[in-house]
Design a protein around this ligand. Structure first.
Ligand code: URA
Length: 246
């Protein structure tokens, strides 16, 4: 089967539009054999495809070709409510995407006082899967907590802790810093219940004084400053889509 469509758009142009770098960089990706169209590896730089129908993968990860579909990472500051239109007029997420033409919705919530990574998208299927328990991706938080965390707490948290609404177990727990009165810890878990990290750490005697979400599946907060956004595209978006079976 020939995937070349003479009436289509050059593959390197399609990939550049999807966030894989300059056309030159996309030519190198094609030349290296990293691209498939409709299941077939394509190394011909002259290949044209129909972006409305072609199924393109780079390094085995699906490429979103519809440029009206956008996904954005926001570093939500503390004090901002995770809604697009707060009924009481408190600070909400809408201000951070006010200049975008798309109608975006947020994927899940952070507590008002929790900072860090929240995703906004107009991709309904992606949002649905990211919040659905059967796909729920791992999320990582960095927490300042009261007290010196004892050795062995990680094992206890990995075995599971009973909360009022059922047990919770962490995937990973790392102590980043400790002083006699406080600790900085990193927690990874697959959970969407309300205040789950605060409740979990409080239950084991370490109330949280500051909480920052640093990743959602393969998407990292990185150096994004509070109140700033960036597009999630290219390989990063492909990894996120793969994490929820898209
Ligand atoms: N866990 C919490 O306690 N708060 C959040 O905002 C997210 C996870």
């Amino acid at each position: 089967m020939n995937v070349h469509d003479p009436a289509g758009v050059r593959l390197q142009k399609v990939l550049a539009a999807a966030g894989f770098g300059s056309r030159r960089a996309c030519e190198a990706i094609i030349d290296a054999g990293r691209v498939s169209v409709d299941g077939q590896q394509v190394r011909e730089l002259g290949t044209r495809v129909d972006p409305r129908t072609a199924v393109i993968h780079v390094d085995g990860l699906r490429v979103q070709l519809d440029d009206s579909v956008v996904t954005i990472a926001l570093h939500k500051p503390a004090g901002v409510y995770s809604t697009m239109a707060d009924e009481q007029g408190r600070p909400d997420l809408s201000a951070y995407v006010a200049d975008r033409p798309e109608r975006l919705f947020h994927v899940g919530r952070l507590d008002a006082e929790t900072e860090g990574l929240i995703l906004l998208t107009n991709d309904g299927e992606l949002a649905h899967r990211l919040t659905h328990p059967s796909y729920e991706v791992a999320k990582t938080y960095v927490a300042n907590v009261e007290g010196r965390v004892a050795k062995g707490l990680g094992r206890e948290l990995a075995r599971g802790i009973e909360l009022d609404d059922g047990p919770v177990a962490v995937d990973r727990f790392t102590v980043l810093e400790t002083t006699p009165n406080a600790s900085l810890v990193e927690v990874t878990l697959h959970e969407g219940r309300n205040h789950i990290v605060r409740r979990l750490l409080e239950e084991v005697g370490h109330p949280v004084t500051r909480l920052v979400r640093t990743s959602i599946g393969p998407i990292r907060l990185g150096h994004l400053k509070p109140g700033r956004t960036r597009a999630v595209e290219g390989t990063e978006l492909g990894r996120l889509m793969s994490a929820v079976g898209l």
